[in-house]
Design a protein around this ligand. Structure first.
Ligand SMILES: C[S@@+](CC[C@H](N)C(=O)[O-])C[C@H]1O[C@@H](n2cnc3c(N)ncnc32)[C@H](O)[C@@H]1O
Length: 276
């Protein structure tokens, strides 16, 4: 019987993943070349250091819940390219957008340690980070997720239905800046915000949060992909439009006297920001 399941491993999209892939290519090239053993040993050690870190983090971190594991599996099995090359939409979605186990567990622990009750997520995709955060919220906690794409919003809601924590999540399907204006008009406030949508709008999300009374006192803003595959610190010829947008965002935050922040080298970069 022919299997119709569509699943392949995600391509590397973090500085570490890309580094490990390049070192693996170097190791294979070296096998076919006459070079001093000291050099090939050094490259092999560098490859093992880089390639072993992510699997070790997975091993040493609390396992994800069954609901999160299923959500990640369904996301891997979805034929994103087929759906988005049908001419009906120009949106570019891919399985690599999913944040995953280590980042999900980090976000869950952060909200638990803060005692956060009200969370705003900007960029839902299939819902991995939203559900991980919801697992860390109290029973009366609430997460409002902004997502512009109706198909992934429905996909996420179907996944949430199998978790008792899914009930804490409300999805708003609209451009995030529109939803943020609407929430600000209603006087809604949040003690934790996770930014993970359009990289070119990151500065607007950040300023809107600080200037629209959307944040409770002592709120924390968490921003994903702030290392963007290493592009912010690589030479200009390696930077894409999104990489340049993230470099600019990081500079804006670094220059802003209203906040203090730290950029953690977790996955593709996670910046934690606190208002002063
Ligand atoms: C990187 S994915 C989010 C991944 C998700 N947080 C997770 O951990 O799995 C970015 C999502 O933001 C959505 N998005 C992009 N631009 C947006 C916008 N202007 N408003 C709302 N959502 C947007 C995309 O459709 C996509 O689903």
């Amino acid at each position: 019987m022919i299997s119709t399941t569509y699943s392949f491993p995600p391509r590397p999209v973090t500085p570490l993943g890309i580094l490990a892939e390049k070192l693996e290519q170097a190791v294979h090239l070296i096998e076919k070349t006459e070079i001093p053993i000291e050099i090939s040993d050094l490259i092999d050690q560098a490859y093992q250091l880089a390639a072993g870190l992510d699997p070790y983090l997975e091993h040493a971190t609390t396992q994800e819940s069954a609901a999160l594991a299923l959500l990640a599996k369904k996301t891997r099995q979805e034929p994103w390219n087929q759906r988005f090359s049908d001419g009906e939409t120009i949106r570019h979605l891919e399985q690599e957008m999913l944040s995953g186990h280590i980042e999900g567990q980090t976000l869950k622990l952060l909200v638990q340690m803060m005692g956060a009750r009200r969370v705003l997520e900007i960029g839902l995709f299939t819902g991995y980070s939203a559900l991980a955060i919801a697992e860390g919220l109290p029973i009366d906690g609430e997460l409002i997720a902004c997502e512009v794409d109706e198909y992934v919003a429905k996909f996420a809601l179907n996944c949430f239905a199998i978790s008792p924590h899914g009930e804490k999540i409300i999805v708003k399907v609209a451009p995030a800046l529109v939803t943020m204006s609407y929430l600000a008009e209603l006087g809604e406030q949040f003690d934790f915000v996770f930014i993970d949508a359009d990289k070119k709008e990151y500065i607007e999300y950040f300023n809107r949060l600080l200037e629209s009374n959307l944040l409770m006192p002592n709120a924390v803003i968490c921003v994903d992909n702030t290392l963007f595959q290493g592009q912010p610190y690589l030479p200009a010829e390696y930077q894409t439009e999104n990489g340049r947008a993230i470099a600019k965002f990081n500079q804006v935050v670094a220059n802003d006297p209203r906040v203090e922040q730290v950029l953690l080298p977790l996955r593709d970069g996670l910046t934690l920001i606190r208002c002063l």
